[in-house]
Design a protein around this ligand. Structure first.
Ligand code: KG4
Ligand code: ZN
Length: 347
């Protein structure tokens, strides 16, 4: 029998993503974002995100069906993000997904958003290497995972103790008067700056942190260090060297991410690395990962930026993988969860 056609629905944050996947072939990939509506608040406002999902759900679904030249009745299974994420936002996506699964009488999988971020790479670069280390860096997450296989062996070995790295980019951009989302603005500003101009801290990299926090991250101290530096400068009535601050902050963040990621590859004896999430688009990160991978003999896979950021194709990719492996679906009674460990690939 041909591989099932899986509809994937993502609504955990500010993107309404609907994708269609058959096997590992991407048939449709449509995303509506509410990022503009959050811009003046400098971060995602949950209530605004939920309402935007409600408005975007049907139009995005229609575009995905048109892109794949399919009818709803052609869909064999539905997959939806079950967590982690903003609870109201998750509820909108899961309610829509349940309604579709019920009316079409199809199985439904409620899947882990973080594991979906890892699985999406299969659509672009073929079968995932097993085992691998996966680094997920976005506005909502900073996680380092050891992936035996994405179906039932995903272990989070480290994550952030406070802000996600993308959140730190967004907050620092705001301090520097750069537009939201901050990641791309900082990336651009940093092109003209000196990454060694200011020595910002690299948190949890000291010898004393190794026993408890070897693979954990902390970015709120870095953000505060930038804020203090900016305030000092302003108090002295001096101009703000925006490009140097952006480049030095970015380098500090990237250094810590890279140090810990390659340490994890070494510690677990794994030579395949995958990086996903919005921050994977960062040019300093991409340059640094290439150089380190070459030196360490590690193969790196990074999905294209449009698949790195939140989308429905990644959810469909994981749903497809689960369906093909014969994992039993969830049924309609599942409840979405705002926090969900990666050990739960399905709810
Ligand atoms: O994966 P994503 O679209 O959404 C989630 O947060 O799940 O990631 C968005 C984050 C934002 O914080 C944004 O500032 C950051 O990714 N980002 C970047 C870059 N492009 C997006 N951060 C650093 N450099 C970039 N080029
Ligand atoms: Zn995400």
């Amino acid at each position: 029998m041909a591989d099932p056609i899986v509809l994937g629905i993502e609504s955990s944050c500010d993107e309404t993503g609907i994708g269609v996947v058959q096997g590992t072939t991407l048939l449709a990939h449509q995303v509506a974002t509410s990022v503009e509506e959050h811009a003046r608040f400098g971060g995602v406002v949950p209530e605004i995100a939920s309402r935007a999902h409600l408005e975007s759900f049907v139009p995005t679904l229609d575009r995905a069906l048109a892109e794949s030249s399919l009818e709803l009745s052609d869909i064999d299974a539905v997959a939806v993000t079950g967590g982690p994420g903003l609870i109201g936002a998750l509820l909108v996506g899961s309610s829509g997904a349940k309604a579709l699964a019920w009316s079409l009488d199809r199985p439904i999988y409620a899947v882990n958003h973080l594991v979906a971020h890892v699985t999406v790479d299969e659509l672009e670069h073929g079968r995932l290497p097993e085992p691998m280390i996966a680094l997920l860096v976005s506005g909502g997450h900073t996680s380092l995972m050891r992936v035996g296989n994405v179906i039932d062996d995903v272990e989070t070995v480290g994550s952030t103790l406070d802000d996600a790295v993308g959140e730190a980019f967004d907050k620092v951009a705001r301090l520097l008067g750069l537009p939201f989302p901050g990641g791309p603005s900082i990336d651009r500003a940093a092109q003209e700056g000196d990454p060694e101009a200011i020595a910002f801290p690299r948190a949890l990299t000291a010898a004393k942190d190794q026993s408890q926090h070897r693979f954990n991250f902390s970015f709120s101290g870095l953000k505060t260090a930038v804020a203090r530096w900016v305030e000092d400068r302003q108090r002295q009535g001096l101009d703000l060297p925006v490009a140097d601050v952006a480049a030095s902050f970015q380098q500090a963040a990237v250094d810590v991410l890279m140090m810990k990621t390659f340490d994890a590859c070494d510690y677990f004896g794994i030579s395949d690395l995958q990086i996903g999430g919005g921050v994977a688009a960062n040019s300093a990160l991409r340059a640094s990962v290439e150089a380190r991978a070459l030196a360490a003999g590690v193969s790196v896979r990074i999905p294209s930026p449009h698949l790195c950021t939140d989308n429905g194709a990644m959810v469909a990719a994981l749903g497809s993988k689960l369906a093909r492996a014969g994992v039993p679906p969830n049924g309609l009674n599942f409840a979405v969860r705002s926090s969900l460990p990666t050990s739960s690939v399905v709810l």
